[in-house]
Ligand binder design. Structure first.
Ligand code: FAD
Length: 409
């Protein structure tokens, strides 16, 4: 077993997504030696559309990476509500959501944080934790190298589980009943288009919303759009029993697709990679146990419907560093303080992840009708003023802009 021979404390970060990379960066800045394990054989690139709100931007600024996170929004873009027959109307899009934001793809934030990592941060790809045993002073972690198929045990002062919705660290360190995720009864599929949607400008966004299913095309100023399919299901497991494209074609059938939806489904089938998953939240009584802490989707997966997963991943990592600096010799106290400051904010966004489902995908005919009434009203000049005010002054806008580490200070 390796022993810790330096006086610097040693942290293991599991996962090289937004939350893990930001945690590694912030912990290093707080004076920790950092080792990162990533299951994948190499870094992933690109990814789907993400709106980074004020909370995430403030954290990115403190992490020193905000300048490297672009804003790919195109102010000349329009958002259209479309239907299968090809009818289009101007409607409310992502840009109308409360809170100012930067539009990026997930890889933009990961790249910005990764580029800022110091050389001393040791990154091990194709490597996973397989067991954790902690005592008062530290955590012994059994680590498996998937390439060489060898296992070693190393000791750390802190383990950060930033390994996403289906976190291994959560499974290894928390009781089995804490490991149940909460399915929202919706499936999501996301991928990148190679080119703009035929018949639309590259900067235009599209939404096709029907009871229980929707498709969104998110556009950018300087790269092809990304697409999100989101649909309701009563049987999540059944959706995984066949290729993703078959589940999508079944969910968006049996009616004729029309040209745009048909083209989007064909593009999904041809895409070199895609995400296909069920929308699930993580609800934990605590996000830490002793010297093990979960950050980001591993701890509180809000789902894409909240629009705050990336922002809270960055903010959670940033605040973790602040609290470890505040309690330099007492990791459990730092983790308690961290959770206490973060909890009310995350609970708010967990609730909004549930309520905002209907903004993305109306559950039924009634919600669809409501959506078209709101869309219709939004074209009135008075509503435009109200929308502009909501964007900056509403409670939701404030919760999306809260600078968590500054508030904790
Ligand atoms: C379609 C879609 C749209 C979204 N839109 C938005 C948005 O507009 N705004 C927003 O803020 N958020 C959005 N989100 C949510 C946001 O993308 C996530 O909350 C965020 O990326 C989570 O980052 P993470 O680092 O916590 O987890 P992940 O991105 O899941 O990263 C986990 C990492 O851990 C690695 N890993 C997993 N298991 C292991 C293991 N056993 N050992 C080692 N490594 C492991 C994985 O390979 C991965 O690299 C969206 C999500 C989706 C799916």
């Amino acid at each position: 077993m390796d022993t810790n021979t330096t006086s610097r404390q040693r942290a293991l970060v599991v996962g090289l997504g937004i939350s893990g990379t930001a945690s590694a960066l912030r912990l290093h800045r707080a004076g920790w030696d950092v080792v990162v394990l990533e299951k994948a054989p190499e870094r992933r690139r690109g990814g789907y559309f993400i709106a980074l709100f004020g909370t995430g931007i403030a954290a990115a600024e403190r992490l020193g990476i905000a300048g490297a996170v672009p804003d790919r929004a195109d102010p000349s873009g329009a958002s259209y509500d479309i239907d299968r027959t090809g009818r289009r109307r101007r409607g409310l899009g992502y840009a109308n959501l409360p809170g100012k934001n930067r539009l990026v793809v997930r890889g933009d934030i990961e790249d910005a944080a990764f580029s800022a990592l110091p050389d001393e941060a040791e990154i091990r790809y194709a490597t996973v934790p397989t067991a954790l045993a902690q005592d008062f002073d530290g955590v012994d972690v059994e680590i498996r190298d998937l390439n060489t198929e060898t296992t070693t045990i190393e000791r750390f002062d802190l383990v950060v589980g930033a390994d996403g919705l289906r976190s291994t660290v959560r499974r290894l360190a928390f009781e089995p009943e804490q490991n149940r995720t909460h399915r929202l009864g919706y499936m999501i599929a996301a991928f990148s288009l190679p080119e703009p949607v035929p018949g639309y400008r590259k900067q235009d966004g599209l939404i096709l919303a029907e009871p229980g299913r929707s498709v969104w095309v998110f556009s950018f100023s300087d790269r092809p759009p990304t697409v999100l399919f989101s649909y309701r299901t009563d049987d999540v497991d059944a959706e995984f029993t066949r290729p993703a494209i078959d589940s999508l074609r079944a969910a968006y059938g049996p009616e004729p697709t029309g040209s745009t939806l048909g083209w989007l489904l064909d593009q999904f089938e041809k895409a070199p990679d895609h995400l296909f998953d069920s929308a699930e939240q993580v609800h934990l009584e605590h996000w830490h146990r002793g010297r093990v802490v979960l950050v980001g989707d591993a701890a509180w997966c809000l789902t894409l419907y909240s629009g705050m997963g990336a922002s809270t991943g960055l903010a959670g990592a940033d605040l973790l560093g602040t609290m470890l600096e505040r309690h330099p010799d007492d990791v459990p106290a730092a983790l308690r303080d961290w959770e206490e400051h973060l909890r009310p904010f995350i609970d708010y966004h967990l609730r909004s992840g549930v309520s905002m489902r209907s903004f993305f995908t109306p559950a039924n005919q009634k919600e669809l009708l409501l959506r078209s009434v709101v869309n219709h009203l939004s074209r009135l000049p008075i509503a435009q003023k109200l929308l502009a005010k909501t964007k900056t002054d509403s409670a939701d806008a404030r919760m999306k802009s809260l600078d968590i580490a500054a508030a904790a200070a």
